[in-house]
Design a protein around this ligand. Structure first.
Ligand SMILES: Cc1cc2nc3c(=O)[nH]c(=O)nc-3n(C[C@H](O)[C@H](O)[C@H](O)COP(=O)(O)OP(=O)(O)OC[C@H]3O[C@@H](n4cnc5c(N)ncnc54)[C@H](O)[C@@H]3O)c2cc1C
Ligand code: FES
Length: 259
């Protein structure tokens, strides 16, 4: 699939370290949790989850994201996708729990909105480094329950999302969804494994992607070779038992990086 050209129509500074880039093309077929490969011409092509049907929300971490941060409205990007398996959509009348950390909140916002639009009962635990980095509060405010944590205690509860999760009984929920830094998700995994709730939990994973379509093998996970780009990026908790999840990931050259 060749990239399609999109024009950046609007840039929103969501927090000190996150910006949303809106395009002149809406990916209406995209499911919450699917990703696109974003070609920043002359620099790199990187995976990004759609935070809206026509936008990505980006944290500046290296060369490609720094180049994106320099872009202006009217500039152009190449987009391939949407690709991968998104979140399983909850049914009406289900009771769901969302656990989101940092820029991972962007990847799960469309799921929360979809669920609330069809009267699913949504409880969210959202965390960030500090008050200014809490993302998309307005998109989660209609949740039945919204628990917020900040690492530095600058707003809401001081601590981590997992501190709140420890106090929640997972048996009250039909489904649990999580997206955020891998160590955060590993703690979520451990808590829910103890509660016997892994089978109803979905995790949105990050790995190094090259092709994004299951061909190159860059994103394969030990032990059973699941391709994060094609078999994921969203996985059921049971698929991750005994895998490299929470231990290490591989970089551009395939070298292991311990978490
Ligand atoms: C499915 C998926 C969805 C993602 N969604 C978002 C999102 O919505 N918002 C967001 O800010 N970030 C998202 N990321 C992470 C984002 O792709 C990387 O942060 C980005 O590629 C960094 O590129 P860089 O050149 O700026 O950084 P670099 O300096 O090149 O690298 C910094 C780190 O970013 C990661 N990285 C770099 N290149 C790639 C690549 N091609 N594939 C995967 N990881 C890479 C590596 O862990 C690397 O150590 C997502 C990643 C995946 C796999
Ligand atoms: S990035 Fe090539 S197989 Fe997943």
């Amino acid at each position: 699939m060749y990239p399609i050209d999109v024009k950046i129509t609007k840039i929103v500074q969501e927090s000190p370290s996150n910006k949303s880039f809106f395009f002149d093309r809406s990916f209406d077929e995209a499911l919450p949790g699917q990703f696109v490969m974003v070609w920043i011409r002359g620099t790199d092509e990187i995976p990004m989850t759609l935070s809206y049907r026509n936008a990505i929300t980006v944290q500046k971490v290296g060369d490609a994201t720094a180049k994106l941060f320099e872009m202006k409205e009217g500039d152009h990007l190449g987009i391939r996708g949407p690709f991968g398996k998104g979140f399983t959509l909850p049914g009406k009348d289900e009771n769901i729990l969302i656990v989101a950390g940092g820029v991972g909140t962007a990847a799960i916002a469309m799921l929360a909105e979809h669920a609330m639009s069809q009267d699913t009962c949504v409880t969210t635990i959202m965390g960030a480094r500090n008050a200014d980095e809490l993302l998309f509060l307005d998109r989660f405010t209609p949740c039945k329950g919204l628990h917020m944590t900040t690492d530095d205690g600058s707003a809401h509860r001081c601590g981590f999302v997992t501190d709140v999760l420890c106090e929640i009984d997972a048996s009250e929920y039909d489904r649990v969804y999580t997206c955020g830094p891998e160590m955060m998700m590993k703690h979520v995994f451990d808590i829910l494994e103890k509660q016997g709730a892994l089978a109803k939990t979905e995790f949105s994973l990050h790995r190094y992607f090259k092709c994004g379509i299951g061909v190159c093998g860059a994103c394969c996970m030990d032990n059973d070779g699941l391709r994060v780009c094609r078999d994921g990026p969203v996985f059921n908790g049971m698929q991750l038992v005994g895998s490299e999840f929470g231990k290490y990931m591989r970089g551009a050259s395939g070298n292991k990086k311990m978490l």
